[in-house]
Design a protein around this ligand. Structure first.
Ligand code: ADP
Ligand code: ZN
Length: 293
């Protein structure tokens, strides 16, 4: 069996793993995301001497995934200043001497679910993380969707509820999905940790409203066959029935497909025990190895 490296590069932590082409994780550590000077040598020392044939990175962004660009493989305009315009792919490729695959963290997660999880066999599906931020990864016609840059589905603009006086925490938009509905928005609006608000019905009704609005938009634009939701906030399982009910109301019978008849299997939680990101990164490494050979 082949050994592959996987890196789920997040704004607060780096999850580093070694696994195989069956998606099995053999070894995993987590290190804090500090500056590249501090963190990258720790990444290199984890992966070197492990006998891995390729590495895949699912990375926080924005990043450059355009292979014909001079800054392909770079983290670009991130608000994490120490990582701005940093060539994470090139540095690791040089240090490890192996092929390195690179995509967004959420494209990694949708790839993990599409390869080994609840997205298996589908032509199109999307993965949405609702955590410290919000992001959307897209498989369309069997392939990861990129476009001009890559989808930035967390920053779509939503209709704010009139009773919601919270301004939104996104510095760029007053009413984007991430600013209104990611973990920090819940905490900023209600003044408590999101995990401590489980019993507060109003909190989750508003959260489900914003998530449902976003999902209607994704359904209309991307036409996914399944929508997979993950990230810390989605640990609030009571959100799922609320999101499905509001989604149905907002779509208002406009589309009739077999998938939409059964929203319990259309709008679903992640299926890989929160390993979808790191498993997807393994797959990114496998794909890069295939391209190279
Ligand atoms: P990240 O997005 O940084 O990778 P997570 O997906 O774990 O990490 O998201 C962290 C966010 O999720 C925090 O803002 C936190 O408020 C929220 N969160 C974590 N656990 C829960 C929970 N059980 N219920 C609601 N929100 C949670
Ligand atoms: Zn925004």
């Amino acid at each position: 069996m082949m050994k592959l490296g996987a890196l789920e590069a997040g704004g607060t932590k780096m999850v580093c793993a070694v696994g195989n082409e069956k998606g099995e994780i053999l070894e995993q550590i987590s290190i804090p995301t500090e500056t590249p000077e501090i963190t990258v040598p720790r990444l290199i020392s984890f992966y070197k001497d492990k006998g891995i044939e390729a590495l895949g990175i699912g990375c926080f962004g924005p990043i450059d995934v355009n292979r014909s660009s001079a800054s392909y493989g770079f983290i670009t305009t991130t608000p994490k200043l120490a990582w701005q315009h940093y060539n994470i792919t090139g540095v690791l490729k040089e240090a490890l001497g192996i092929p390195v695959g690179f995509d967004t963290d959420v494209n990694g997660s949708v790839l993990g679910e599409h390869t080994w999880g609840i997205g298996r066999g589908l032509d199109s599906c999307i993965y949405i993380t609702v955590g410290t931020g919000i992001g959307v990864g897209v498989i369309s016609e069997g392939r990861l969707l990129h476009g001009m840059l890559h989808p930035e589905g967390g920053h779509i603009l939503l209709q704010k509820m009139p009773e919601d006086t919270y301004r939104g925490f996104c510095p760029f938009h007053e009413n984007c999905f991430e600013g209104l509905a990611a973990g920090p928005a819940i905490e900023g609006r209600w003044g408590k940790k999101a995990s401590e608000l489980s019993g507060e019905r109003k909190v989750w009704e508003l959260e489900a409203e914003y998530i449902a609005q976003a999902l209607v938009n994704y359904t209309c634009i991307l036409s996914p066959q399944r929508i997979i939701l993950g990230g810390g906030v989605m640990h609030q399982q009571q959100l799922f029935p609320m999101i499905r009910a509001r989604f149905r109301e907002l779509l208002n019978g406009y589309l009739k497909t077999k998938e939409l008849e059964d929203l319990d299997s259309y709008i679903v939680p992640q299926s890989l025990d929160d390993k979808q990101g790191v498993m997807g990164a393994l797959k990114l490494g496998m794909m890069e190895l295939e391209r190279d050979t």
